[in-house]
Ligand binder design. Structure first.
Ligand SMILES: Cc1cc2nc3c(=O)[nH]c(=O)nc-3n(C[C@H](O)[C@H](O)[C@H](O)COP(=O)(O)OP(=O)(O)OC[C@H]3O[C@@H](n4cnc5c(N)ncnc54)[C@H](O)[C@@H]3O)c2cc1C
Length: 305
């Protein structure tokens, strides 16, 4: 067989990639983890996590540090580099970086997902009132009025977090009930600073230096309204981070990677885990579970080469 640089290359150092790295390092595989930004992935921007077993509550930043330190102590090599494209065959997985190509016997794609945009031109207000990261930006809105958009766990949890800083938070949700966990809903309904505006969508933003107005429309009555607000936090779903993929493996209609129960994609020896995968739930616990399965599947794949 051709000599490869690595047994396994992992793309992405979120909870999924770091867990795959922990398992692979313990299995004494020759493994490299590539991360384009900071190890931790989405949990870096998560204020408080209280549904990951073993921690009654922990900041996303601290959990990310713990996962990274554990992986490195076990000997995992983490390199800061962005994967630009892949050339995949059964025998050789070629990972293309800006300045070089790496070869591996197997590959785990753990590149995660990023927030979906509203599509109302909010891009021009990013950094000027529009954000998807309350942990990063809530402090800029002390005693101000902000709009939060969405109805899932992330939106409700982050809207509650915003009330620690803002004097008023409007939560705009397109349906007449929230999708978030009941415990989060109870907290939201009890919070005096949080007002939920049901059956409504954001139709536009305006302002001179930054966000000043958020325009909303009731989808049942078509009534339009303008809310005076200094910021707009958006949590309306996520898109997979797969720009480097170029159809190299099969995906669903939204671009999330299809896998079997061993996390193998349509290409033998290429596995996908965590938020980038077509999965019914995107959480830390599901990401780390996927990753443990994929790492063991990788070992079996290599043994049988
Ligand atoms: C605000 C917020 C709050 C949340 N709260 C919770 C919570 O309380 N509990 C919970 O269980 N879950 C929570 N989640 C969801 C949880 O964070 C995700 O399910 C989890 O992070 C998914 O892990 P992952 O490793 O699959 O992907 P990610 O965390 O998205 O990590 C993917 C990594 O891959 C890297 N990457 C992407 N493309 C490339 C490339 N081309 N080359 C190299 N590296 C690349 C990215 O930089 C990133 O570091 C929250 C998410 C958000 C945004």
């Amino acid at each position: 067989m051709t000599k490869m640089d690595y047994d396994l290359v992992i793309i992405g150092a979120g909870p999924a990639g770091l867990t795959a790295g922990i398992y692979a390092a313990r299995a004494r595989m020759n493994v490299l983890l590539l991360e384009k930004a900071v190890p931790g992935g989405q949990i870096i921007v998560t204020d408080w996590i209280e549904n990951y077993p073993g921690f009654e509550g922990i900041s996303g930043f601290d959990l990310a540090e713990k996962m990274k330190n554990q992986a490195e102590k076990l000997g995992l090599e983490i390199e800061t580099a962005e994967v630009h494209s892949l050339n995949l065959s059964k025998d050789v997985k070629e990972i293309v970086l800006k300045d070089r190509k790496i070869t591996a016997k197997s590959l785990i794609i753990a590149s995660g997902a990023s927030p979906r945009s509203l599509g109302v031109g909010e891009e021009k207000f990013i950094g000027k009132g529009v954000s998807s990261c309350a942990t990063c930006d809530a402090a800029f809105f002390k005693e101000k009025t902000v709009v939060a958009v969405g109805g899932g766990d992330t939106a409700v949890q982050e809207a509650i977090f915003l009330t620690k800083f803002a004097k008023k938070v409007y939560l705009i949700h397109r349906r007449d009930e929230l999708r978030a966990a009941k415990i989060l809903q109870e907290r939201a309904f009890k919070n005096d600073k949080l007002e939920i505006i049901w059956d409504s969508v954001v139709t536009g933003l305006s302002g001179f230096f930054g966000v000043e107005n958020v325009m909303i429309k009731n989808v049942k009555t078509n009534e339009e309204k303008t809310l005076k607000a200094d910021g707009c936090f958006i949590w309306v779903g996520i898109l997979p981070n797969t720009s480097f993929l170029n159809d190299a493996v099969k995906t669903d209609e939204f671009g999330f990677i299809l896998t079997d129960t061993k996390m193998q994609t349509s290409v033998p020896g290429v596995f996908a885990v965590g938020d980038v995968r077509d999965t019914p739930l995107r959480q830390i616990s599901t990401a780390v579970g996927d990753a443990a399965i994929a790492a063991v599947s990788t070992e079996h794949f290599i043994e049988n080469l």
